[in-house]
Every structure is written in C-alpha cells, then in structure tokens.
Design a protein around this ligand. Sequence first.
Ligand code: ADP
Ligand code: MG
Length: 442
Amino acid sequence: AWQVVLGQLQMEMSKAAFDTWVKNAELVGWNDNCFTIGVRNAYARDWLENRLTSTVTRLLSGLMESPQRVEFIVWHKEAPLEASPNAPAFAPANGRNDAPQPRTVIPRYRFENFVVGASNRLAHAACLAVAENPARAYNPLFIYGGVGLGKTHLLHAIGNATLERGLHVLYVSAEDFTNDLINAIRTHTTTAFRERYRNIDVLLIDDIQFIANKESTQEEFFHTFNTLYGQEKQLVISSDRPPKAMMTLEERLRSRFEWGLTVDIQPPDLETRVAILRSKAERAGREVPVEILYTIARQIQSNIRELEGALTRVLAYADLSGRPLSPALVEIALADLIPQRSQIDPGQVVNAVAQVFGISRERLLSRERSREVALPRQVAMYLLREEANVSFPQIGEVLGGRDHTTVLYACEKVADMIERDDYLRRRVSQVREALYGRSMAG
Ligand code: ADP
Ligand code: MG
C-alpha cells in the first residue's frame, strides 16, 4: 500500500519536492491501523507532517478500505549513513517546487516536440531563427512569460539545435550562475569562472529575474554579457517578466536586454492545450479519446507542466483502477490531492495573512497607510502572486485599489526582505502552512 501511495505522490508532486522529501520515506511498521513511515531527518519529518498527513491518510484509508492513521518518525537504517545526501542544506528560498534544471542541455526538450499555437508562435519562430543563425538573427533574444509555459523548453531546444551544429553551448539558470560566482569568489577561482562563461558560442540563461536584486551578480553578468556580445556570440535570456518590469535591475542591463528582440509567451488556448496533450499521449504510446483530452484541457488552463501532470495522473488512475477512460474518471482523478498553486483561492490568502499578522481582513483590504498594516498588505500581495497566481492588476484591485506598479514594487520588496529578515520569513511560512494545511485537509 505504501508503494502505491509513493507512486501517487510522485505523480502529484514536482520532482524536486518528491526527491527531496518523499522518495526515501519507507514503511517501517504497521499495526493498529497506523502506518509508521521512517524518514532520514527532522526536516523531512516536519515537512511531511505539515503537508502530507491528511493526503497520505486518505490514500491509505482508501487503499485499505478502512480508516488508517499515519505517523512520521526519524529513522536510520542499520547501515551508517554517509553524510545524508537527502538532507536539504536549505529550504528553497522562494518556496517554489519547480524542479531544478540540470546544468546541461536536456536532450528531450527539442523543437520537434514543441507544440506551436497562437500563444507561443512568435517566441517559437524567434528561437528557431536564432538556432539557425546564431548571433545573426536576434541578439540577445529575450523571452518572457509565466511559469510552465515553455521558456526552459525553448532554451534547451536552441541548445540542442546549436550543439548539433558543433557550437559550444552553455545552459545555466541565473541561480546557478549566481552560485557559481559566489563559489568562485570564495575559492579564488574567478578566472576559471570567467573562462567557463566566456569561451562559448551560445549562452542560454534561464530565469534571469533571479539576479534582479543581486548587485554583484549583475555586475559580473554585465561583463559576461559585454564580452560575449562583443565577440558576436549568441545570448538567449528567459525571465518571468519583461525587462522593464524588473524593478531592481540595473538600468544598463535592462537596456542591453532590450537591444535585440523581446518576445513573450502567453498561456495556451484550449486548442493548443489539447494539441499538447495529444502529442504527449502519442509519445507515451497511449490512445486517448479526444473527448478526454478536452476534459483535461478545460480543467488545467494556465500551466503546461500541470497539464502534462494531469494527463499522467488520469492515465495512472485508469490503470490502477482498471476503469475505462471517461470524463467522470477525469473528474475523480483531478479532483483532490495536493493543491496546485492555481487552486489556492485569493480569499484564502487574504484571510491567512490577516490571521497570521493578527489584523482584521477589513484593515488589510482598506487604504490605511500605517506601517502596522502596510507590511502585512505587501505580504498579501506577494503571496497572492506566488501562491494564487493572481495578476498584478488584479491584486491591486483586491487590495484597496492600488495600481499595478505599487503591487510589483511590493512583491519585489517582500521577496527581497525574506532573504534577510527572519521575522518576515517565519510569518510568510506560517501563512503558507495555513494555506496548504487547510486546503489539503479540505
Ligand atoms: P517554463 O520554463 O516557462 O516555466 P517549461 O519550459 O519548463 O516552462 O515547460 C513546462 C513543461 O511543459 C515542460 O515539460 C515542457 O516540455 C512542456 N511544454 C511547454 N510548452 C510546450 C509546448 N508548446 N509543447 C509541448 N510541451 C510544452
Ligand atoms: Mg523554466
């Protein structure tokens, strides 16, 4: 039964979260309808307890056809553990579960399996042009768009195409770039660092927004950019927002990002979502009726990664239960389990922030400017964006009719403060716990 639960969780969770927290959890005992799950360390125990107790209980009870309980304990195998590789050195700073991308070009992300629709046509065409004519078509190419819309896929597609033509290609997330730089400074190897980043033909740098508030990284990247650009090497940059919306980005970098071509990717329309599902089902060698593809595509609207996850889930549900694929089965398969970001309701976020900071919902939503209310309100803005996927203008509307730039500024400020302010970090994680605890119990 525990293996089945693991299988379910694996389909539901991001790979990074699953690998970090769940993969090594083992069943170590069962009696009195209580499953005892052993994990390697206290972080993992707390994480699992807080987020997965109700989900796991429900799954186990369903499988055993009787009420079950679950407890998580810290447990070491007889064999001495090597410096536990699974103990996270730090929690992801932004609380996101996006799988960290490897630092090399991923072979499976190709132009051939990128489905083109109205929402991404321009970005796709620009990437193709760059892959065919590096440094001659558009340089730099700057791609922006929301989470899970295919930016990373396109970067790697350029990487694969240019690698095949014998070029030196480096794919790196802005976060890795930052960590590399920090390490290089610490170990006095900045020369090697510069060589690595400058002796290439194509630099693909993902999620550049990460360096927007990091001055020394920006400084270094500025020089990397200039060197590569000066030698007519191709730069491709992705971001979750356009250059002009990166409030804390140095002007000289912002203007450079706009030297070439800037393209956006929008959330896919229904037809494109269906086409993506169809292509994915074909690749998996599965026949899925069009009606089913539409049912899934109607439910998952704004994130292609979630769309893929939903299909996997539906297919697994059909296999595990032995029932035929039907719209009803899709409903069941997608109904519960771990809440996706988009399933968090904005009202819940506002309530949770009000509760954690101990101020009333009315004051939070008002135009009052005192400091006592201002910070919680900024936190609410930040979390509406991060956890509920609400757009900046909408957040402004919900929170006392503020304009889009005020909201943007608040989100950047909170993201920045969380890095250095323990009090704020704790409060924000309390809000997250309130959100996830509640929606999983429900
Ligand atoms: P982003 O970097 O914008 O957050 P990703 O590139 O990681 O998004 O895409 C998320 C998932 O969706 C990946 O598995 C990717 O292969 C898939 N995907 C995104 N866009 C498309 C598309 N147009 N066709 C096929 N798969 C896509
Ligand atoms: Mg990405």
